[in-house]
Design a protein around this ligand. Structure first.
Ligand code: ATP
Length: 343
């Protein structure tokens, strides 16, 4: 089997703005054809990393390689990357087709070629037949797809996407997440996608780089990052922060340190129920019961201190569990589902 090659290599990438260290020595390899997401809270440095890959921002230190070539000093237009922003301003007076062709026109690609390539790009984003429309005659999701087609038409090696779905409502956003991933798989271009939305990152990515304060806190597949968060920061940012700390950990698990258990791994049982081998259990009192359609979410104050969140699928008829509020219960989970995290 051929080893996948590295599309983007960042080494020691650093950018300061006055006293603010926006990006602090980031090392990262993005593989060819990979969908990699930079996920993190506002101000954690994601956009600055993306802008440095694009060449809009110069690093104070470190290097950027694209397909093995050092481009750290290369201007944006000479890099084989394209960027799609959240604010994807299409030209309102031009048809969809002309909008998509525009970049090729600037590059002086002959008209017949332009037409063909724009049509291909529109097909890739499933907008064939929309070429004659004005942007104002499209929905938000369709406009976003035109913006994507405008980038794809240049056939870049790498596509950089900065919160491209941020302006869409939740339903459309979820739909576009699935579509964008499918398009990426089909065209086979390397995508680097910036978002602060953990669900979006988990849905779309081959791997996620979780950013915190200008550096990568954890790099891994969605399930690695979700199931095995390496720190309490990652545990809290990707999913619900469910931690057993110090005395609670010692009392429940018989071990010191900080441990994480995801809410859906925790069962809510009556206090009488016996817990099987390989399970850990803890008693507590139900503080909150929140019905959220598909599931019910419980917040339980533990007898040993601290609290845990448990989620139960509403798969049977009796889903009104509000009466459990204030009740004494027992929480149990398989000990394989607990992971130690650093502070
Ligand atoms: P968001 O999700 O809000 O876009 P982000 O993770 O993309 O956040 P960046 O935009 O990369 O974060 O910003 C990282 C830090 O650098 C922030 O503290 C920000 O205020 C600062 N910063 C970014 N650009 C500039 C600039 N041009 N001038 C001064 N400070 C900046």
């Amino acid at each position: 089997m051929v080893e996948p090659s590295v599309a983007i290599r960042l080494r020691g990438l650093t950018r300061r703005f006055g006293d603010v260290v926006a990006v602090n020595g980031v090392d990262l390899d993005v593989m060819d054809g990979e969908f990699l997401t930079l996920l993190g809270p506002s101000g954690s440095g994601k956009t600055t990393v993306l802008r440095m890959i694009a060449g809009f921002e110069r690093p104070d230190a470190g290097t950027i390689e694209l397909a093995g070539a050092d481009v750290t000093q290369v201007p944006p237009f000479a890099r084989d990357v394209n960027t799609v922003f959240q604010d994807y301003a299409l030209f309102p007076h031009m048809t969809v087709q002309k909008n998509v062709e525009y970049g090729l026109k600037v590059k002086k690609v002959p008209s017949s070629d332009r037409k063909l390539r724009a049509q291909e790009a529109l097909e890739a984003v499933r907008l064939d037949g929309y070429g004659d429309r004005a942007p104002s005659q499209l929905s938000g999701g369709q406009r976003q797809r035109v913006a994507l087609a405008r980038a794809l038409v240049n056939r870049p090696k790498v596509l950089l996407l900065d919160e491209p779905l941020g302006a869409l409502d939740l339903k459309l956003r979820e739909q576009m997440q699935v579509e964008l991933k499918e398009i990426q798989r089909q065209v086979g271009i390397t995508f680097v996608f910036v978002t602060h939305d953990q669900d979006e990152a988990l849905t779309m990515s081959d791997r996620i780089a979780v950013f915190n304060k200008g550096d990568i806190a954890q790099l891994g597949t969605p399930s690695e990052v979700y199931e095995h968060p390496s720190s309490s920061f990652v545990a809290g940012f990707v999913g619900t922060s469910n931690l057993l700390e110090s005395e609670a950990a010692q009392a429940v698990l018989g071990r010191p340190g900080t441990w994480s258990v995801r809410p859906e791994k925790i069962r809510v049982l009556s206090v009488e129920e016996t817990v099987g081998e390989g399970q850990h259990s803890v008693r507590g009192t139900v503080r909150e019961v929140v019905y959220v359609g598909m599931s019910t979410r419980f917040v339980i104050d533990l007898a040993v201190g601290g609290s845990l969140v448990a989620v139960r699928q509403n798969s049977d008829m009796s889903t009104d569990l509000a009466h459990l509020r204030g009740e004494a219960v027992q929480l149990a989970w398989d000990s394989r589902h607990e992971y130690q995290v650093t502070d």
